[in-house]
Design a protein around this ligand. Sequence first.
Ligand SMILES: C[S@@+](CC[C@H](N)C(=O)[O-])C[C@H]1O[C@@H](n2cnc3c(N)ncnc32)[C@H](O)[C@@H]1O
Length: 320
Amino acid sequence: MKTDYTHTPVLPEETIDLLNLKAGSSGRQGRTGMRVVDCTLGLGGHSREILKKIGPKGRLLAIEQDEENLIRAKKNLKGFSKRITFVHDNFENLAAIVKKYKFGPVNAILFDLGLSSPHLEKAERGFAFRHEGPLDMRFDKRQGLTAADVVNSYREQELTDILRQYGEEPKARFIAQAIIRERKKRALRTTSDLVKVVETVYRRRSPKFHPATLTFQALRIYVNRELETLKKALEQAINLLAPKGRIAVISYHSLEDRIVKIKFRHYTRSCICPKELPICQCNFQKLLYIVTKKPIIPTGIEVLANPRSRSAKLRAAEKL
Ligand SMILES: C[S@@+](CC[C@H](N)C(=O)[O-])C[C@H]1O[C@@H](n2cnc3c(N)ncnc32)[C@H](O)[C@@H]1O
């Protein structure tokens, strides 16, 4: 397996700052140092910075659902391995993972969502419309459903809904119809097969925006259940944080960012139920203070150096 892929971490300094990390003792934990969870280890770029900051007493729980990236990250973080617990799992199981490894109380939690560079560069993973590869798009290869399964077996309405909901693709219906027409002739097996179908719908190409961008985004989000897992994991993360603990989330498209914004806001509201009610009915519970009133975005210099950072938005909150 080629292992020399690199991934430049996005907003590294801003993220580490917002997580409010410190070396040495932290509150009640005394001698044990901070406990941090990186829910999206990737190639370990942010984890490395976290480990440096929390010093020799700090511990990191690093979760990654893509086994290939986990192997790369272990190699990249060799010098720190005694202080890291690596977990090959989906962050939707965050609470169970923290419990299993007796890792709580947690002082900081990071989510750096979406794709890493190897996903886009390795044609065999099927994430990139610019490389010919199988229509796969699974982060975790243990999972059954691939993008090929979706495009070759779902009904027109289901495909339309996926493209609309997860890609906000304005030509969702036409693309779904074009997919169905094409697959009657032969199954769509590769990224290029799908790109060609989308191009029949978008005859006039924008020089800045590849016509298959939103279709690929939608299928990837659907195949990996990205929005559902994010909602579940945020909920768990907020509950797992120790008082004054911080959560930081870097998102790369508006659907993710909206979920983060809404979830954070929800937990800044106090219960509004009348005192007479024996149990809360409104579901509001003031648990968070939002640290980033507006999301932090990369500077022009960062975008120039790392174009993949261009759509990033970083939000952070503190547990009360
Ligand atoms: C943007 S990359 C993270 C890069 C990392 N911060 C770094 O600096 O190297 C996102 C990573 O999260 C992983 N990932 C995405 N969704 C996940 C999930 N639900 N559970 C666990 N890992 C996930 C992806 O496989 C990918 O490796």
